[in-house]
Design a protein around this ligand. Structure first.
Ligand SMILES: [Zn+2]
Length: 492
């Protein structure tokens, strides 16, 4: 047994919050060939470092660590169960046990049978990001990009990705980042939106590898008037790069589509230079996405602005391509809108993307039929034919926000409808005047229903985007040790 095991997610979280509380990053720890379920890691480590099982968790309480209750309950649950099982399982992907990637100095490990070898479980950046996107373009699938606003919505995405045996893009808008940090905080100079995005990024980094899927960590629309947010996130990327040799986020989106084209390009080139220095990717927007999202309303723009021209896309492509090491995608407008509207109100024209690819191929004399990697905004409510055509023409990422928002709400709505009579008071329900309702109003119950509903909606998105089984892992194994009805919880 290696002397310094990670000790499972709880200990890892503790260690993240308080590096001083007895956790040493295992720089020279030999690679393990197996992943242990219910491993004796926590007690083993505690014994060697402080004498008794769970002592480190208790000392964390003494030092006032908020997350200590998690570790405490894990430790006591293990004691209750008596002898610790040491079932060992072969890992389909990883050759090491799933380690906490933020703290360890090791490079991410593991490969996927059907993906380029550089693509690993966890957050992909730099070359592995490029390889994954190029692979998607070549193989003809796109990756769903979901706007997340809490750990709950992130986990629903990761769950869906593992189920569909696929990569996923998790992204934060500026409003979503602010929400992640907490709506009561003062967001002057975007401090809170920056902190919220960074916090969400660490959550994704802490958990993505546990789900065993590749994750692209991205941020959504950043217009000229919210550049302070971008600058703050890039500072975080640069600091992260100094330590880990990769940016905190895989990529960011800049949206200067409301500015004149030359200014849009100039600003994008400026940021591309800063980003490529730390191997961070850029998504730029050209032409306007109609509709309304995250407080930005484009419902009244001129119809012709909803469609990009091949020449414009070429100018962007040529300018960004000149930046050494540039990795970029283009969100060109082909009639897409944010939000879901009644049928007939949206006229998508994916041929615009096909024409642009051909135009640029001829212009630069490329061997490649699809030199540009396109992004599809406003994917919610789109016609499957349009989605599939867009993928054929080089779309490798499709944003989905409105439909997952609806799915999240629908989960809660359905939960309330099903359990209405158990949700009206703390005590008393149809089963008896004195029956407690705690297990119904515990927020985990309705949030879990929301997560299940989002994961279900995402399954459809993965299928629409032909992004199913692309990792080659097969279906996930049945989870063990999941807190469930036997402890009095509700089945979700
Ligand atoms: Zn968008």
């Amino acid at each position: 047994m290696a002397p310094m095991m990670g000790g499972g997610p709880a200990a890892a979280f503790l260690a993240m919050a308080t590096p001083a509380v007895g956790f040493v990053a295992p720089a020279n720890r030999p690679a393990l060939r197996v992943f242990q379920t219910a491993s004796p890691a926590i007690s083993e480590e505690s014994r060697t470092s402080s004498g008794a099982p769970a002592t480190s968790a208790l000392s964390a309480v003494a030092t006032g660590i908020a997350l200590s209750t998690v570790a405490l309950s894990v430790a006591s649950a293990r004691r209750r169960r008596g002898a610790i099982r040491t079932t060992r399982k072969a890992q389909p992907v990883s050759v090491e046990e799933k380690r906490f990637p933020v703290l360890s100095k090791r490079a991410p490990v593991g490969t996927f049978p059907k993906l380029p070898p550089s693509v690993h479980p966890g957050v992909v950046t730099g070359q592995s990001l490029i390889d994954l996107l190029e692979h998607a373009k070549k193989e003809g699938f796109a990756i769903p990009a979901v706007n997340c606003i809490s750990s709950s919505s992130i986990n629903a995405c990761l769950e869906a990705a593992r189920k569909m045996d696929a990569p996923i893009i998790i992204q934060f808008s500026s409003g979503g980042s602010q929400f992640y940090a907490g709506k009561s905080l003062d967001n002057t100079k975007f401090h809170v939106a920056i902190a919220g995005a960074v916090s969400g990024a660490y959550h994704v980094r802490a958990l993505a590898e546990q789900y065993g899927v590749p994750v692209i960590l991205h941020t959504d629309h950043c217009a000229k008037n919210t550049l302070g947010w971008m600058d703050g996130m890039l500072e975080a990327d640069e600091r992260y790069y100094e330590i880990h040799g990769e940016p905190l986020f895989s990529s960011h989106m800049l949206d200067f589509s409301e500015e004149p084209l030359n200014e849009n390009i100039e600003l994008c080139v400026h940021y591309m230079q800063r980003m490529s220095a730390i191997k961070c990717g850029l998504e730029m927007e050209l032409g306007i996405t109609g509709g309304e999202e995250d407080g930005v309303n484009n419902e009244d723009v001129r119809p012709e602005d909803l469609y990009s021209k091949p020449q414009e896309i070429y100018e962007v492509y040529a300018a960004l391509n000149k930046v050494p090491g540039a990795n970029f995608t283009v969100a060109a407008a082909f009639g897409n809108v944010h939000g879901v509207y009644s049928p007939g109100n949206v006229k998508l024209d994916p041929e615009i993307l096909a024409n642009a690819q051909k135009f640029i191929k001829d212009k630069i004399g490329s061997q490649e039929d699809k030199p540009v990697k396109f992004v599809f905004h406003g994917g919610s409510g789109s016609d499957l034919n349009d989605i599939r055509k867009a993928i054929d023409y080089g779309v490798i990422k499709m944003n989905i926000d409105t439909d997952t928002q609806w799915a999240y709400w629908q989960g809660i709505k359905g939960f309330e409808a099903k359990n209405h009579d158990f949700l009206q008071s703390q005590i008393g329900n149809p089963e008896g005047k004195e029956k407690p309702n705690k297990k119904y109003y515990d927020p985990r119950a309705c949030l879990r229903a929301a997560e299940v509903s989002v994961a279900k909606r995402l399954e459809q998105a993965f299928e629409d985007l032909k992004c199913v089984g692309v990792l080659g892992l097969g279906p996930p194994e049945k989870p063990e040790n999941v807190l469930g009805p036997r402890r009095g919880g509700l089945p979700a």
